[in-house]
Write a protein that binds this ligand. Sequence first.
Ligand SMILES: Nc1ncnc2c1ncn2[C@@H]1O[C@H](COP(=O)(O)OP(=O)(O)OP(=O)(O)O)[C@@H](O)[C@H]1O
Ligand SMILES: [Mg+2]
Length: 507
Amino acid sequence: MDAMVEFRDVSRYYPSTAVQANDHVSFSVTRGEVHAICGENGAGKSTLMNILFGLEKPDSGEILIEGKPMSFRYPSDAIERGIGMVHQHFNIVNSFTVTKNILLGIEKTRWGFLYRREETAFVKDLSEKYNLPIDPSAVAGSLPVGLLQRLEILKMLARKIRILILDEPTAVLTPQEVKPFLQTLKGLAKNDVTIFFISHKLHEVLEVADRITVMKRGKVEATRKAPDTNTRDLAEMMVGREIVFRINKTAARPGEPVLEVEGLSVKNKLGVKLLNNVSFTLRAGEILGVAGVSGNGQEALVSGITGLLPISGGKIRLRGKDITNFDVRSRRRLGLAHVPEDRLHMGLNPAATIMENILLGRQRHLQFRRRFTLNVPACNAWAKKIIADYSVYGAVPNGPTAKLSGGNMQKIVLGREVSSAPILLVVNQPTRGLDVGSIEFVHQTLLDHRDRGVAILLVSVEMEEIMALSDRVEVLLGGTFQGELTGEDINEKSIGLLMTRGQHHDA
Ligand SMILES: Nc1ncnc2c1ncn2[C@@H]1O[C@H](COP(=O)(O)OP(=O)(O)OP(=O)(O)O)[C@@H](O)[C@H]1O
Ligand SMILES: [Mg+2]
């Protein structure tokens, strides 16, 4: 079969971080193939895709498209040659309609549309041709993430792309949205679109990909046909050691109540109830998992407890102390730590150094002070320890945070929060974007902290994660808890039932 894309000895070194992000990468991908790229955080997956898309330049080596060497200076050159990329952070104008977003930038130049009716018809045809249903007149800002994803792909298809690059597309989808999405990709491939698919979820990779290339420290470790490999094999190639997919968990030994929540309600700016009368007690040394499809009040629950959003009713006590009216900082001072879902905007200051981010909020601690100034060696030593513990590949204390790979940013936030000796740890999607080895490490770390008496509130849309870690499970649906599950009842079926309760009656 003829190669659609061929990488020949592609290398890229980043002087600012002293990382060889791509190291003589060579492999090729055939037309209409779904080709997955796997590898640890920082392995160089996004870098390689950015080079293919013309966002980055290789230091050496070349890329051939249908046998012809390409040299892209800008993504527009890549699009011109039929290459499209959907980034993890979408590029959508919220106030525009679906149609307007899809045609943005190409409306007059290539298509010469004059009438809205033609535009709508074009979008409709496109969405029917590729079986990607969407309402052309919907305002983008009102769409759920799954549909925004679809919109991004339609945008690319409208530009007649033949090669589609998807960098962790499923990280933002709910488990329910993933299956149809993977089907969509297979459908596109049947239509001769060549797809690059990056994901840390190995079962997805095996389901959708024809072949899989594993990258490790910038190099190609191996390329395998999907039927010739499995999750264990892939994980081992990525990490270089065996991965235990289910860690051993001993029974919790809950102690004193740490967090007491009574009738907590949270409204949005328009007065709509996001969280309705939620009550629970979380004790020292236990993990309470909050399961549910995203958008059912998780953000409100976490924001209410951490003090990021004003609550409209209820009481919150931390170790018996009423903190209902405390601000974020006072709550943190009392021992509350928080790993937010949106690490880029809430968890980190991308403009600061890695050390500054690791220290964020604790610059005043004696451990890090020397009279009136920062004790820089102590700060750096601490940052180094977190970087090593969480294996943040390619990071140095005074390095730029913004240049870290997606998963490595997450590790910085986790490391900072977990190591702050909290009594209450609130974690929201703690392992989103992490590689399998890091997930294993984070899960083990959370359990270790539980066993040392930390109370942990785990909010996750990953059922696997909820089941692996939780001592008790609450399911959030429509802003209320649906009933607690413990012991044997913490299984996929029971959780799933509560997650979708009443949905068949809605229609
Ligand atoms: N613009 C940049 N400047 C400096 N270093 C960079 C830059 N972009 C990436 N790096 C470094 O290159 C390495 C590879 O990063 P890349 O983003 O390609 O990893 P990745 O495989 O996509 O990881 P993840 O799974 O976490 O997304 C990392 O160590 C990263 O810090
Ligand atoms: Mg990446």
